[in-house]
Write a protein that binds this ligand. Structure first.
Ligand SMILES: C[S@@+](CC[C@H](N)C(=O)[O-])C[C@H]1O[C@@H](n2cnc3c(N)ncnc32)[C@H](O)[C@@H]1O
Ligand SMILES: Nc1c(NC[C@H](O)[C@H](O)[C@H](O)CO)[nH]c(=O)[nH]c1=O
Ligand SMILES: N[C@@H](Cc1ccc(O)cc1)C(=O)O
Ligand code: SF4
Length: 457
């Protein structure tokens, strides 16, 4: 019988070995010289000349990154009043780090049990987003499973319906399912309430939105932009090295496809974010190569990437952990070094996000002194991390943000998604609520009693 792959079986072509020294790499970082992949490997490992992380060296890397952050963007810490509205968990791509997905056949009307997942209709999405916009939200972030019934628009739906081998293009008609998610265009139009900013359609979703056609990514993103899409989240990046993708997400688009989709979105005039999902099977060489690919992309898209978002792998309920391919996620030392080296390496991306969903409040705050300057958003609901076993909840209020950010002597600032609009918040002037959203008037987003109770309560 075939034995499943384990951590010990993994051998990679790319390994953290260099001809550089830690001290040289650190000197370059301090001088503001552009770092090479080997420099990043030295900094991420605190030197390939020894085993494990050297705490004293780590502190020197963090200090250099914190200084660079202060020079580049100053003392302000930004956050956005946003809402997550994930449309569906139906997905058959099968990424081994993901527990957000539910097998798509469980959503079919004929399935004898009730699905553990959810699908929202465009009307459901509209209601959820309208409510959040009324409360003052600026942005809706929407990332979803690749539901087999999803098509880009009506024309795409007709093409998929007429396809001779629907299975080959991962398509089943909407009538087969208990709930019809509509098309991507329907969902984007439904979420475009009163000028709220719509941040959606990862490169993987864009790939799904062109399956079975010869449409370019540019054509796809042009149509999505017309339907109401404003900016594109650079998730699905995971690790942009194919030998890692083959292990953790063999069903996903490759590195080249991801880069092509992002460039196309920028060509259509949209802003982008970029991410890395780290702390699973990859090593520091892969992390460094990923950073280089993002920095090169930023050159090609002429600065369209507004922020870089490190997503630390949440392992507990994922196939990678359950099948012993990994024994856990990144350590706090690795998290801090990843943030710091992102700041030092990505000299053409202004903002590095600290995700409280992944790190929690205390470690999330610490990241703001390791090179990060953005503290994410209020999000109001969260399913991806929670389903993977994350424990840091689904919402942060403006009052909590002001409290946390002031506690480390920094300046709380409400921002727009593209960082163009900013509002400095005076910690001595409560109550604290959003003012930049289309219907924001400064009232707090949610009263404490209205919050979603934590999953284990
Ligand atoms: C869940 S997918 C949703 C959008 C779409 N299905 C896709 O893959 O692009 C969005 C992102 O969540 C992140 N993610 C998923 N599971 C995670 C986990 N266990 N820990 C950290 N990040 C995770 C991955 O980076 C993934 O690309
Ligand atoms: N880091 C995570 C985010 N970040 C997204 C931001 O909140 C916001 O959408 C972005 O800064 C664009 O303005 N969202 C999550 O749901 N989970 C995260 O871990
Ligand atoms: N999909 C990411 C969240 C995310 C969304 C949009 C972004 O721009 C960045 C990150 C997660 O929850 O793990
Ligand atoms: S990461 Fe996205 S594509 Fe992969 S299984 Fe999860 S929802 Fe599906």
């Amino acid at each position: 019988m075939e034995r499943p792959v384990t951590e010990d079986d993994l051998t990679f072509d790319h390994v953290p070995e260099t001809d550089q020294s830690f001290e040289n790499a650190l000197a370059k970082a301090r001088d503001g010289d552009r770092l090479a992949v080997d420099d990043a490997i030295e900094l991420l490992t605190t030197g390939t000349d020894g085993e494990g992380i050297d705490r004293r060296r780590k502190e020197r890397v963090l200090e250099a990154a914190d200084r660079r952050r202060a020079e580049d963007v100053g003392e302000e810490v930004t956050f956005v009043a946003n809402l997550n509205n994930n449309v569906t968990t139906a997905c058959n791509v099968g990424c081994l780090f993901c527990n957000f997905k539910d097998a798509a056949h469980t959503f079919e009307s004929e399935y004898e049990a009730e699905t553990a997942g959810f699908t929202k209709t465009p009307a459901d999405s509209r209601e959820i987003v309208s409510d959040a916009v009324d409360r003052g939200v600026y942005e809706v972030t929407s990332v979803s499973g690749l539901h087999p019934a999803f098509a880009l628009d009506d024309e795409h739906l007709e093409i998929l319906r007429a396809h001779p081998e629907p299975k080959e293009v991962n398509f089943k008609p909407p009538e087969r399912y208990g709930t019809d998610p509509g098309t991507y265009a329907d969902q984007l139009a439904a979420m475009s309430v009163d000028g709220v900013h719509v941040h959606s359609m990862t490169p993987e979703e864009a790939y799904h939105a062109r399956r079975g056609t010869d449409w370019s990514y540019e054509e796809v993103y042009r149509r999505l932009h017309e339907a109401g899409l404003d900016t594109v989240p650079g998730t699905a990046a995971e690790i942009l090295v194919d030998e890692v993708r083959e292990v953790i997400c063999p069903g996903k688009i490759g590195t080249e496809g991801w880069l092509e989709a992002m460039e196309a979105a920028a060509d259509v005039g949209m802003g982008l974010t970029a991410t890395i999902m780290y702390g699973h099977v990859e090593n520091e060489a892969h992390r460094a190569m990923h950073l280089k690919r993002v920095r090169d992309l930023q050159e090609r898209v002429d600065g369209a990437i507004t922020e870089f978002v490190p997503l630390s792998f949440i392992h507990r309920n994922t196939p990678l952990f359950e099948h012993d391919v990994v024994s856990g996620g990144a350590s706090a030392d690795e998290d801090e070094l990843l943030i710091a080296v992102s700041r030092l390496f990505l000299d053409n991306i202004d903002h590095i996000q600290s995700s409280w969903v992944k790190y929690g409040d205390q470690q999330g705050l610490k990241m703001l002194s390791c090179g990060a300057d953005d503290f994410m958003g209020t999000i109001l609901s969260e399913e991806i991390t929670k389903r993977a076993g994350g424990e840091y909840g689904e919402f942060r209020s403006f009052a909590e943000y002001v409290d946390l950010i002031s506690s480390i002597g920094r300046v709380p600032v409400e921002r727009s998604t593209d960082y163009e609009r900013r509002r400095v918040i005076d910690p001595d002037e409560p109550p604290f609520g959003p003012e930049l959203g289309p219907k924001a008037d400064g009232t707090p987003l949610l009263e404490a009693a209205e919050r979603t109770a934590p999953a284990d309560d």
